[in-house]
Design a protein. Structure first.
Length: 171
């Protein structure tokens, strides 16, 4: 079939180019499209992606960022109050969260920790006076901060509470 098309085009130059089936309303002449874009020295008709600078990005997104910051300000204040309440109630030195977590996740972690400590206060006494950080892993870091992962089952936090005594003794 390909040889027939080549022979047909060689014999008669007045024959219109081969037309192929198209999902569009009319025929598509591929040779015209190919020649339109083949080695065209001026490609200005093709839209180019402009380089985005920091100033451009800020000017386009500043209003949206300020609106989102204002809408989440109340939740951040609630989280700070809840963290302060938990620190006073369970005698923690400081309560914080790793960067990158949403304020909703932090609030859920705080409430879960408060409820768990209310039920198991005697077992969580080893954490008194410690810095507690909600992070992606559970354990004790090099500085002696207690790291708790929200992904872990809260009962696993009891093991960390028991391990704190060993970590402090090893220092």
């Amino acid at each position: 079939m390909l040889e027939d098309l080549v022979a047909l085009n060689e014999k008669s130059s007045s024959v219109p180019p081969a037309v192929f089936a198209s999902p569009y309303s009319g025929p598509v002449y591929w040779s015209d499209i190919y020649h339109q874009f083949k080695a065209s020295p001026d490609l200005s008709h093709i839209s180019r992606v402009t380089e985005c600078t920091l100033d451009d990005f800020i000017s386009r997104n500043q209003e949206n960022a300020e609106r989102r910051l204002e809408s989440s300000r109340r939740k951040h204040e609630e989280n700070e109050k809840l963290a302060d309440q938990i620190c006073r109630e369970f005698r923690l030195n400081k309560l914080s969260i790793d960067r990158g977590w949403s304020s909703s996740t932090y609030q859920a972690a705080l409430k879960n920790f408060r409820d768990f400590c209310s039920l198991r206060f005697d077992e969580m006494k080893n954490m008194q006076g410690r810095n507690l950080i909600f992070s992606n892993w559970t354990g004790v870091d090099v500085r002696g901060n207690v790291m708790l992962s929200v992904q872990d089952v809260p009962q696993f936090w009891l093991e960390v509470s028991a391990d704190i005594t060993w970590v402090l003794f090893a220092r």
